[in-house]
Design a protein around this ligand. Structure first.
Ligand SMILES: Nc1ncnc2c1ncn2[C@@H]1O[C@H](COP(=O)(O)OP(=O)(O)OP(=O)(O)O)[C@@H](O)[C@H]1O
Ligand SMILES: [Mg+2]
Length: 310
């Protein structure tokens, strides 16, 4: 769906390579998470995937980016937007209207969607993102998190085949962030390709099928989510901390305890722990003769982890 071939890019006036020889293939229907330290080139990658580079942001560009088989140099932005819907990091720069529903209507009108269908889509998409109550609000009166949801809704209303989202939950609390990822999963299950840059690695661990790790403009690692997360030490060197539930489960794997699967969420870790200490779901809640202490210790561990995550 989106194919980067040996892409090197420097912003106009800068000699630094924001992208440095990046080759990456995002298959149709994939759910790809992108992580990496600040300045690694994640946003630049998002701009290139959505065609903002080269069409609105200029510089020295080598290599190629193809979206649905077509070189982004050869397709204009409006046409690209039919395939890739993008929400960039700087939400304010992306807002075009003063009232929420007009923000959605703007794109729909640009796409030539008839008014009745446009209104139906606005209503449906606002509800889907959980912001039906914001419909008549002034954009300037919204919080950062509300603006992020409006920007996401404006893109979803256009029903693109692929989404490129640059830190879409940056201003959201843990609960709203999870809701956004659940929505992305639902869309992904309907066939939408999802590329999401995200700092909340627990969420990516749970929802993304593949992970790409960027560092200094380069693609450092790429692979299936558990295999990338299992490189906790390499990631730590890049300033990316893998959640403790993941390293904990990898520790158990090293000791051949349990099924050896990598846990990326608390629920999975809890299930793995129950499996290792040999107690069922109910047993852990009551006194357990043989492993009561272990069970309590595990409960304590999981509850601290819950606090850390929250
Ligand atoms: N508009 C721009 N003009 C010039 N240089 C830029 C521009 N945007 C980004 N850069 C530079 O390109 C490099 C990659 O930046 P980019 O914003 O892609 O990183 P990032 O991984 O998204 O970082 P963050 O996690 O802070 O969002 C950095 O060195 C940055 O300073
Ligand atoms: Mg960025």
């Amino acid at each position: 769906m989106i194919v980067f071939e040996d892409v090197t890019f420097s912003y106009e006036g800068s000699s630094r390579k924001a992208l440095d020889g990046v080759s990456l293939r995002v298959e149709e229907g994939d759910f790809l998470g992108i992580i990496g330290p600040s300045g690694a080139g994640k946003s630049t990658l998002a701009y290139a995937a959505a065609g903002a580079i080269p069409h609105s942001l200029h510089g020295d560009f080598y290599g190629s980016v193809r979206v649905a088989g077509r070189d982004t140099f050869e397709v204009d932005l409006t046409e690209l937007a039919h395939t890739v819907g993008a929400v960039f990091q700087d939400i304010d720069a992306q807002m075009v209207a003063s009232v929420v529903e007009d923000e959605l209507a703007f794109g729909l009108e640009n796409f030539g969607i008839p008014r009745d269908e446009g209104l139906a889509r606005i209503e449906k998409t606002l509800a889907q993102v959980g912001i039906a109550d914001l419909r008549a609000r002034e954009v300037s009166s919204l919080s950062g998190g509300q603006k992020q949801k409006v920007a996401l809704a404006a893109v979803l209303a256009l029903r693109p085949r692929a989404l490129v989202l640059d830190e879409p939950t940056g201003e959201l609390d843990p609960q709203s962030s999870r809701q956004v990822f659940e929505l992305l999963r639902e869309l992904n299950e309907q066939g939408v390709t999802v590329v999401v840059i995200e700092q909340k690695i627990m969420l990516l661990g749970e929802f993304a099928r593949h992970l790409a790790v960027m560092d200094s403009g380069r693609l450092s690692f790429y692979g299936e989510t558990p295999s990338v997360l299992s490189r906790a030490d390499d990631l730590k060197r890049l300033g990316v901390n893998v959640p403790r539930v993941a390293t904990f489960s990898l520790g158990l794997r090293a000791k051949s305890m349990g099924s050896g699967r990598l846990c990326t969420s608390l629920d999975e870790a809890e299930a793995l722990v129950r499996e290792v200490i040999g107690v069922g779901a109910d047993a852990l809640d009551g006194p357990v003769a043989s492993c009561g202490n272990a069970a309590r210790a595990v409960e304590a561990l999981l509850s601290t982890e819950k606090e850390v995550v929250a």
